[in-house]
Design a protein around this ligand. Structure first.
Ligand code: MN
Length: 328
């Protein structure tokens, strides 16, 4: 039996997925095959930290997130998650270097069920998750782009979006649903505030754009930062989260760093493997060479230590990362 057939024969009861556009579309596709599966949103950090261990078993699919040894099915495309073998003790691993994890789910099911309504959406999910979107497309108003911005704002709306994609409702129609439309209006209004806040907290050092958003209750992906920083940077580093927070906090999360290549100028990949930064202090850091992240670790004398993270640690981490970056 090939890997796809084995995967399709699984009895999946739970789908743990990332709460971004890619994770949501992946889970929506899987729900067309396993309609009774419960969807739970996870974060790479809390999976790696073990906070979801209790709920993961062989009837659990984990999508667009780090693989767990106890899951039944892992669907992912992150470089740091590339397996050395594709079956580990009754666990099926569908890992492919596709632009999105949704593309793997799409390929798994396209000959089994009708996914034709998603072909245009898939192109945009690939563009956005894989970094091949152009600056003009990013500044434009494609509905999938805006859906991606609305996703993750609230868990309730994210669930509504997922269920509607599962039920073959078009992206344009989803954006017209009353709750989603309201959220979209707010998100559109917030875009200007995000632009301004990024501009105010941005510095460029040695062609690396650094944005300090810690304790500001906002986060940004790399596209917005590199669209603002322009051709002055080859990559960006975004600091976000709250100093003093843990993953079990509902409203806060630990202070973290995300790294992205400026894909608007480096269209086929960046000039530096950014996971070197994301894994330098945090052994649980990772992702793609052109998009990855980690937690800020407490460091003394360049060595990770065991104490609360302070604001000073953010500066020390950044300085060390700049040093590594300078050796490119
Ligand atoms: Mn992804």
């Amino acid at each position: 039996m090939d890997m796809y057939t084995k995967a399709l024969n699984l009895d999946i009861e739970k789908i743990i997925t990332d709460s971004d556009l890619d994770g949501v579309v992946t889970a929506a596709i899987l729900k067309r095959w396993w309609p009774d599966a419960e969807v739970i949103f996870g974060h790479p950090g809390n999976l790696r930290a073990g906070t979801m261990d209790e709920i993961i078993d062989r009837k659990t699919a984990i999508c667009d997130l780090p693989r767990h040894p106890n899951c039944g099915l892992s669907i992912d495309h992150h470089k740091s998650n590339e397996p050395h073998e594709n079956t580990i003790e009754n666990s099926i691993i569908l890992w492919e270097p596709t632009p999105s994890a949704a593309r793997i789910a799409y390929n798994l099911l396209k000959n089994k069920i009708d996914l034709s309504d998603l072909s245009e959406t898939m192109i945009w999910v690939d563009k956005l998750d894989g970094g091949s979107i152009s600056i003009d497309e990013f500044k434009g108003n494609n509905p999938v782009l805006w859906l991606g911005r609305v996703i993750g704002e609230s868990e309730e709306n994210t669930t509504t979006i997922l269920e509607n994609i599962q039920n073959r409702v078009s992206i344009e129609e989803i954006l017209e649903l009353p709750d989603i439309k309201l959220e979209l209006r707010e998100r559109m209004a917030k875009q200007e505030y995000l632009n301004r806040t990024i501009r105010e907290n941005l510095s460029i050092v040695d062609r690396l754009a650094i944005v300090r958003l810690e304790n500001l209750k906002i986060r940004s992906n790399g596209y917005l930062v590199t669209a603002i920083a322009g051709e002055e940077c080859d990559a960006c580093m975004v600091i976000h989260g709250d100093t003093g927070a843990n993953f079990d906090d509902d409203d806060n999360y630990p202070v973290s760093a995300s790294f992205y290549t400026n894909s608007f100028i480096h269209k086929t990949g960046g000039i530096f493997d950014l996971t070197k930064l994301a894994t330098n202090f945090d052994k649980n850091g990772g992702g793609h060479a052109n998009a990855c992240g980690c937690r800020i670790k407490p460091i003394d004398e360049k060595i990770v230590t065991d104490r609360e993270v302070t604001n000073g640690d953010i500066d020390s981490n950044i300085n060390e990362w700049l040093d590594i970056w300078s050796q490119r």
